[in-house]
Design a protein around this ligand. Structure first.
Ligand code: ADP
Ligand code: MG
Length: 320
């Protein structure tokens, strides 16, 4: 088994939490204790690669850039992405290693600060398309003020109701290639548990000299995770989020869970709009691409069901 696990935001920070270091370490421990159990049962030839979201951490760090800008120069969004990869990678690395030490397992774990190539011609970079909300919620007045201060920002109403319904949005371009793919592949082949493409990777474009350059954007972590799965030739793609199964007719009276769907069914349901854009949509899309590429199975489930889902007892399985 070559397993790629994509960890959702709640694996590191719960929605109701403020995001203190203690809280995040505690959540990472819940996650990595379960991951360590998977490692315990792996055969010597098995491989594990982990990717993770960074939404809440990058959001908090962006607020710090804004609030502290009179004293310390704010860093650009690509740099903030790199900082959160380091932060979350550190927490996962340390807690997973500690659990494995307790189990007498000595497999090296290593976070890779990881760039992902996007196209500067991606439609998300033009006009007001930018679809990924980041940072704080604002009132209409605050939103207008933010726009005056940063005319280059795109600020959108992202909730139909409520006073604080406005947010800055940034482009969410499609991932094209993982820049550190060769390094990652060699590490994985050598038996290292690699953590990579955190937060969807640091988005970079190629400039006119063919050089990489960071951009203000956020790549969807599930779509980037799928690219990583191809790089490491994973055969199982496991997406861990906050629901045990994917539902049809989500949020409607006829809502019902899916145990298993074929690639063709997944494509049809996606087209019919059963999976919301920006949340379940890209997860199912990533699973579809994984199977199209040649993956054996993709599973979407919640963290606590990781073992049962791998055993075929729960989760939504997507198969060719
Ligand atoms: P993560 O941080 O793990 O990426 P998201 O919030 O982006 O989590 O995506 C998971 C969420 O997707 C679920 O909590 C649920 O609210 C939402 N969702 C949208 N469509 C569906 C669906 N068809 N079935 C189940 N959940 C769905
Ligand atoms: Mg998400």
């Amino acid at each position: 088994m070559r397993l790629l696990i994509a960890l959702g935001g709640n694996a590191i920070k719960q929605a109701h939490e403020r995001g203190t270091a203690e809280e995040q370490f505690r959540n990472c421990m819940v996650t990595t204790r379960l991951v360590a159990e998977i490692v315990r049962r792996m055969k010597p030839e098995d491989r594990l690669v982990i990717t993770h979201g960074n939404g809440p951490q990058a959001g908090n760090l962006l607020v710090q850039q804004e609030m502290g800008k009179e004293k310390v120069p704010p860093q650009s969004m690509d740099v903030v992405g790199a900082m959160t990869q380091g932060q979350i990678g550190y927490m996962l690395q340390q807690t997973l290693t500690n659990y494995m030490k307790d189990m007498g397992i000595s497999v090296p774990v290593c976070e890779v600060v990881n760039q992902v190539l996007v196209s500067k011609d991606d439609p998300e970079f033009f006009g007001e398309v930018a679809s990924k909300p980041v940072g704080n919620f604002f009132t209409e007045e605050e939103a207008e003020e933010l726009k005056r201060e940063h005319p280059e920002y795109i600020v959108k109403k992202v909730k139909p109701v409520g006073e604080r319904a406005w947010r800055r949005t940034v482009p969410s371009p499609a991932p094209i290639a993982n820049v550190e793919s060769e390094a990652i592949r060699r590490m994985v082949d050598a038996g290292i548990i690699v953590i990579a493409s955190g937060g969807g990777g640091i988005p970079v474009i190629l400039d006119e000299h063919g050089h990489y350059q960071g951009v203000e954007a956020v790549i969807d972590k599930d779509l980037a995770g799928e690219k990583l799965a191809e790089v490491v030739e994973a055969n199982v793609f496991l997406v861990l989020t906050d629901v045990e199964k994917v539902n049809l007719d989500y949020g409607q009276p006829a809502e019902r869970p899916i145990d298993r769907m074929t690639l063709a069914e997944a494509r049809r349901y996606l087209e019919e709009g059963h999976f919301l854009p920006g949340s379940m949509g890209p997860k199912v899309e990533a699973c579809i691409r994984f199977l199209e590429w040649g993956g054996e199975k993709a599973i979407i489930t919640s963290l606590e069901n990781i073992e049962r889902a791998l055993a075929g007892e729960t989760g939504t399985w997507i198969v060719p």
